[in-house]
Design a protein around this ligand. Structure first.
Ligand code: MG
Length: 282
């Protein structure tokens, strides 16, 4: 009898010990093939407590699907979802001119598929307004050098009409570093001088994040930020702008709550030409 009892005890204990030592290992429940992307199924299979390991399915986000955009055949040309701000033909479709008397149709001229200011022109302002964007713009300073420093091929791209990315002929033309081509005027010098010779087409590719404002209308909640490539070279790396561009003074003192704004092309007395301008809202 004793032997029988021992045998009975052993036959109960062995499976019990086995289930205690191995049975608590979580059995990973993988969704069947073909159903792994179903978010409802992922929720069903979510762990009930932190002792259960995550599966990689729980960190995969499927929806909404990232939209496809057809890139341009040639890098620098507009991709399929870009807004064309200047295609070489019509200035007045997307731009108007800022003059002392107010807003008027553009007096800039089109020459060889590019637009440029003439004597007496004002700055050009886009009719559309923007917040966050990716902007491509091509520009050319006069091939014949006249003037020096800030007087040589001066223009500028104002983001939201307030923040100037300087355009200047900076090909062997010293000026203050925070005022040369590619500078956020009087705020950030470019990382390098990526300028081409005067008379050659150059490009800016700008990624801009507009400022956000809280209750305080004279302080940024988050400042405007910008990254810029000149001729494919990084010249501004996610810089935080201090405030609106000013020739003299403290940018921070000029901060005033604002919403979406235009792109403005500065008329600074030099015939700088522009072409192939497109923008993607972000
Ligand atoms: Mg300028």
């Amino acid at each position: 009898m004793k032997i029988l009892k021992k045998l009975l005890l052993v036959s109960i204990l062995i499976p019990l010990t086995y289930s205690l030592s191995f049975g608590q290992q979580p059995q990973q429940q993988l969704p069947p093939r073909g159903q792994q992307q179903n978010p409802a199924l992922q929720r069903q299979r979510a762990p009930e407590d932190s002792t259960v390991r995550m599966t990689h399915f729980q960190t995969e986000i499927w929806d909404p699907e990232v939209p496809m955009v057809q890139p341009a055949e040639k890098i620098g040309d507009p991709p399929a979802d870009a807004i064309i701000l200047f295609d070489g033909k019509d200035i007045n479709k997307e731009w108007e001119e800022v003059s002392r008397g107010g807003i008027r149709p553009a007096t800039w001229i089109i020459k060889d598929g590019a637009m440029q200011s003439i004597q007496g022109s004002g700055s050009l302002k886009s009719k559309r307004v923007f917040n966050d964007f990716q902007l491509h713009i091509e520009w050319k300073t006069p091939s014949e050098i006249t003037g020096s420093g800030q007087g040589r091929g001066n223009s500028g791209v104002y983001l939201q009409e307030l923040y100037e990315l300087q355009i200047l002929d900076s090909w062997h033309n010293r000026t203050y570093r925070n005022g040369q081509a590619g500078a956020f005027y009087k705020q950030y010098a470019p990382l390098v001088n990526a300028s081409l010779k005067p008379g050659e087409w150059q490009s800016y590719d700008i990624v801009y994040t507009a400022p956000r404002f809280g209750k305080d209308s004279t302080t940024y909640f988050t400042p405007p930020r910008a990254t810029v490539f000149q001729n494919g070279i990084l010249i501004q790396n996610n810089v935080s702008l201090r405030g609106p561009t000013t020739y003299v003074g403290i940018p921070e003192y000029l901060i005033k709550k604002h919403g979406a704004g235009s792109i403005l092309l500065q008329q600074h007395g030099n015939p700088v030409a522009f072409r192939n301008i497109w923008i993607r809202e972000l």
